[in-house]
Design a binder for this molecule. Structure first.
Ligand code: SAM
Length: 244
């Protein structure tokens, strides 16, 4: 997978993208990512990339040309990538969407700043607007990193095995079961006996029940989008009133 990110602050992104699990996946060439400084593509002699919005006294808006020039230079000679504009107006990012994006070969991410970007660049270039939540940040850099991190961890080879992410919250629609590590007893609290039993089938069943109960307690809204068996429903009804 190849990812290009157009931003006014490439160094903000570079640091994160060279560290930890994402950095190792990048070093192993499981994916490539390049951050492009939009300012390098302005023809303005003062390197300006923004101007005041029409009929507004407040804020600045990123202009079309530097973004468009950046996109053209970066993608020249290759098929158009899937273009994502990180935006509080987009569809909220989900694990399901990350799974779909992880199947794509080429993604171009546009990070806005100031008041955002001129609407005509969205009409011309953008295939999809993605939000990371219903709040407004100063720029698209953190949202772009959130997106890249969530997608890259599902690429083959990033984590040691697929069940590292398949068991995690949201992958199946449920939240993850509770987890424990050593010591076996901490402040008089014991690790659940079943986890010490070594009985894999029972542990799997317990984990599924716990995932159902955790979801029912913390995020019952998620259960509406999960296929539940009669047995699952009986477990859930122990903790919440829930009608599918
Ligand atoms: N004026 C815009 C509006 O009200 O919709 C908000 C602009 S915001 C201050 C600047 C940039 O930050 C946006 O262009 C976008 O790239 C990014 N951004 C802010 N909040 C975001 C969010 N929740 N999800 C994704 N991107 C976000």
């Amino acid at each position: 997978m190849n990812i290009d990110i157009a931003t006014l602050f490439p160094e903000m992104l570079e640091n994160y993208l060279s560290q930890s699990i994402v950095g190792r996946a990048r070093a192993k060439e499981i994916f490539t990512v390049n951050c492009h400084d939009i300012r390098a593509y302005t023809k303005d002699k003062h390197r300006r990339v923004d101007d005041t919005p029409y009929s507004e006294q407040k804020g600045m808006l990123m202009q079309c040309d530097p973004i468009f020039n950046c996109f053209q230079a970066v993608t020249e000679g290759r098929p158009k990538p899937h273009v994502i504009y990180m935006s509080p107006q987009g569809r909220t990012l989900t694990q399901q969407r990350c799974r779909e994006l992880a199947q794509m070969e080429d993604i171009f991410i546009l990070c806005g700043h100031y008041e955002g970007v001129d609407e005509r660049i969205i009409e011309t270039l953008v295939d999809e607007e993605i939000s990371i939540g219903d709040y407004v940040l100063t720029g698209g850099e953190l949202p772009a990193l959130v997106l890249v991190d969530a997608v890259v961890r599902m690429l083959d080879g990033t984590l040691s095995q697929p069940d590292c992410y398949e068991d995690e919250s949201h992958y199946s629609g449920l939240l993850e079961y509770p987890q424990y590590t050593r010591p076996e007893v901490w402040h008089d609290m014991r690790v659940p006996e079943i986890l010490l039993s070594g009985h894999h089938a029972n542990i799997k069943k317990w984990r599924h029940e716990q995932a159902l109960l955790t979801t029912a307690k913390k995020r019952p809204d998620l259960l509406r989008n999960v296929e539940l068996t009669a047995e699952d429903l009986a477990i859930i009804h122990k903790v919440v009133d829930f009608d599918k």
